[in-house]
Design a protein around this ligand. Structure first.
Ligand code: 13P
Ligand code: SF4
Length: 336
């Protein structure tokens, strides 16, 4: 990268002016002068290389609005990865999301700007653990959250996301399964169990971000911010959901705010969600209380630019594992 390409030139200022107006509550003019040249150069290079950027709702606004072509929750990113005609996918999210894209697009170059962007849920279970669970519960289908490695997906019958977990479990119920194994998020499984008649055998994984929220936090927020609508991600403990007004995947929370336009809202989830929703909904006051996902925050504009320039680091999955994992992901997409 030539230094002169990253200067805040009049061309860059013009090209990013509308975006800056949208984000001026989030970024000072000085910080924008540093970010805008990256946004400009990433977008130029993306077009030149026929690359697409899939950005999760937890990306910071400079990435989410500046360079993301497709933005959304894990489900939408997987659905869109399956349909893209781009040659290169740059996954702005964590490693399991990039693996899901690679599973669905084995012939495309799938790149993650930082290979170390992991996830505590994905780290909580291995393929071997699933094999043992299946041996302990023969004939019981395994529903695996997409927040897992390709290895784990390969051993599973069907995947789910927080946006479709109830639907997937109920679909299995209709097929005659009165019990399913659900891995690895215990809180998501407990929250789903409250909404279905199917029995759920639970694994003991947690999201290190959402497990930190407590029912007392919600009660305190209600006192501090009277009238605010409180929304919680289903990776939070059940008692947090019980105190909240609404629960859903990141996309479902986003849609709730868009459709209902509450005067004030609080999200029990990752910090950047509130910033992105605030920029899209100027009439809603988003109360800034949240927890940061250190893995999501590894992704930055400089790393995205480097990844595009170097076309790496690339996600690689053993084709035999990818083929088996694909069946579980495709079954989820069919059932959603
Ligand atoms: P969503 O599927 O709701 O986007 O959640 C992904 C995630 O990692 C939440 O922590
Ligand atoms: Fe994983 Fe939690 Fe971070 Fe989502 S927020 S990527 S579940 S650690």
């Amino acid at each position: 990268m030539q230094a002169q390409n990253l200067e805040y030139t009049p061309d860059v200022a013009r090209a990013t002016e509308t975006l800056y107006h949208k984000l001026e509550k989030q970024y000072s003019k000085d910080s924008w002068k540093t970010l805008a040249p990256y946004i400009h150069e990433i977008n130029r290079l993306k077009a030149e290389k026929n690359a697409v950027i899939l950005a999760h709702n937890y990306m910071t606004p400079d990435i989410f609005f500046g360079v993301g072509d497709i933005v959304g929750d894990s489900l939408k990113l997987a659905q869109e990865a399956a349909n893209t005609s781009a040659d290169i996918i740059i996954q702005c999210g964590v490693h399991f999301m990039a693996e899901t894209s690679k599973i669905l697009c084995p012939d495309k170059k799938v790149i993650i700007p930082d290979m170390k962007a992991g996830c505590s849920l994905a780290d909580s279970i291995t393929g071997e653990d699933i094999r043992k669970l299946k041996a302990q519960h023969p004939g019981i289908p395994v529903v695996t959250y997409v927040n897992t490695s390709a290895d784990v997906k390969a051993e599973s019958d069907v995947c789910c996301t927080s946006g479709n977990a109830v639907k997937i479990i109920n679909a299995l119920g209709k097929q005659g399964h009165d019990t399913v194994i659900m891995t690895p998020d215990k809180f998501l499984a407990q929250n789903v169990a409250a909404q279905t008649d199917v029995n759920i055998i639970i694994w003991d994984g947690t999201c290190e971000v959402h497990e930190r929220f407590s029912a007392q936090d919600v009660k305190d927020l209600r006192v501090q911010h009277k009238g605010a609508v409180i929304l919680a991600h289903p990776e939070c403990p059940p008692e947090v959901l019980a105190e909240s007004d609404y629960s859903g995947s990141t996309a479902q929370m986003d849609n709730y705010i868009k459709d209902n336009q509450p005067a004030k809202a609080i999200l029990m989830t990752e910090c950047s969600m509130s910033d992105n929703i605030a920029a899209n909904n100027p009439n809603v006051e988003m109360v800034g209380t949240c927890q940061m996902c250190p893995h999501m925050k590894r992704i930055s504009l400089p790393k995205i630019l480097k990844a595009l320039q170097e076309e790496g680091p690339e996600i690689e999955i053993d084709p035999a594992i990818a083929d088996r994992a694909r069946q579980a992901v495709e079954r989820m997409l069919e059932l959603s």
